[in-house]
Design a protein around this ligand. Sequence first.
Ligand code: ADP
Ligand code: MG
Length: 456
Amino acid sequence: MDESTNLLRSVLDNLKTEVKDDAYSELFADLSKVHKTERGFIFVVVKNALIKFRLEQFYLNRMNEILNTLTETKMMFKFILEEDIEQSKGVFKDDPQETKRMREISLRPLKPEYTFNNFVIGTSNRFAASQALQIAESPYAVLNPLYIFGEVGLGKTHLMTAIGHFVLDNDINKNVVYTTAQQFTEDYFYYTNIPKGKAEIETFYNYYRSADVLLVDDIQFLDGKASTQEEFFKVFDYLHSHNKQIVLTSDRPAKSLKNMMSRLVTRFSWGLAVEIGAPDDALRLGILKKKLKSFVSNPELVEEDALIEISSIFTVNIRELEGALKRFISYCVSFDLPFNKENVKVALDGILPDDNKEEASDDAEMEKIKSIVAKYFGISTSDLSSSSRKNKIAYARHVFVYLVKTKHDTPLTTIGKALGNRDHATIAHSFQKIKDLLISNPLTKQDIDNLNKLIE
Ligand code: ADP
Ligand code: MG
């Protein structure tokens, strides 16, 4: 068995524990054949279109997630129908040397979860999404290039990648090339700087010119890079004149790219420019609900109020919004707390937007509490920040965390810094530990009461 077949086997074995038996035997039992592995995709043969559809809708994301825990190389599954294999021809030439070199720059699979299905539509991205979908459905037509712009973390890469998936899902023989402007630049310098010279630069051109759909992320990176712009210009003109689809993303409108050659700026506006704006309340909540399904197996346990709370805190960047949700979930899971509104602020402590402002006054107060706690337990203040795990010292440390947190609501990361740079999770653990002891152990209650008096 080759490596990708092995990987498929392991992923299915994992999945078997998560999927109901009858669903498993219906959808997965016949999956065993890998047609080919190419450009980071493992093409898995599927019997019929209905099964393919259901796998893609409900299980592909999960399969790719598992896959990525099993391999170092970024890879993903694509499903291919038996009947389509006949017509399939490889993108690579047979020359093994050529194949090897091409692979070096071609292992840039599209992120599996960045599909249209997973893209939530709202006021701020509706137009961009509808145009992207239109291009994905019928590329190579009039809107060329599609230029997607907007602030960081608002979904540009996601939307661009979705076009790539859509095109490939309709026809796996299409050559979808995804690159960032930075990678494009690196490729160019790499292939012009190897001794063989001319032959090598051909590899570079062939790679980019063979694209049916070229996706270039963060084009603003080319700003001020004259020689790379020149190369990109050639690639652009070649593809455009051969009616190949080009999609670009940027953090600003084309005309604001100050150090971009005007020939390029003009070309960027040949097609259509769409902006993605800041998400409104409804969209942020919608995105949280959508992501939740892929983060936890029983999303109904998460209270809507908690999601509303998170979405009201992180308003400008969807990546941060998503990060906050992940953190909230893993916090509640590790301390076995309910997923409710009350736990949002505790879990997100340290990454809340206004956390940094209060740090200065926190520091003085923490020093005071530190010395009171140290004295009370007969240890030194440096013991508290040390790495010692002696029972008494560790206990004093937990107590210190609890006191600071309850008295001043100091962010856990700030407390961590005051304790010799301990991380958020460690401090959270200390806090929870004392909370538990307060219920189970009267001595702890006494300690806390005594210390509270001393501090006041
Ligand atoms: P950008 O390229 O604009 O910086 P990304 O495309 O990387 O932003 O998006 C950041 C994160 O936010 C990604 O995880 C992406 O999936 C998510 N995201 C952005 N917009 C949406 C949306 N409309 N629906 C679902 N997820 C989104
Ligand atoms: Mg991006």
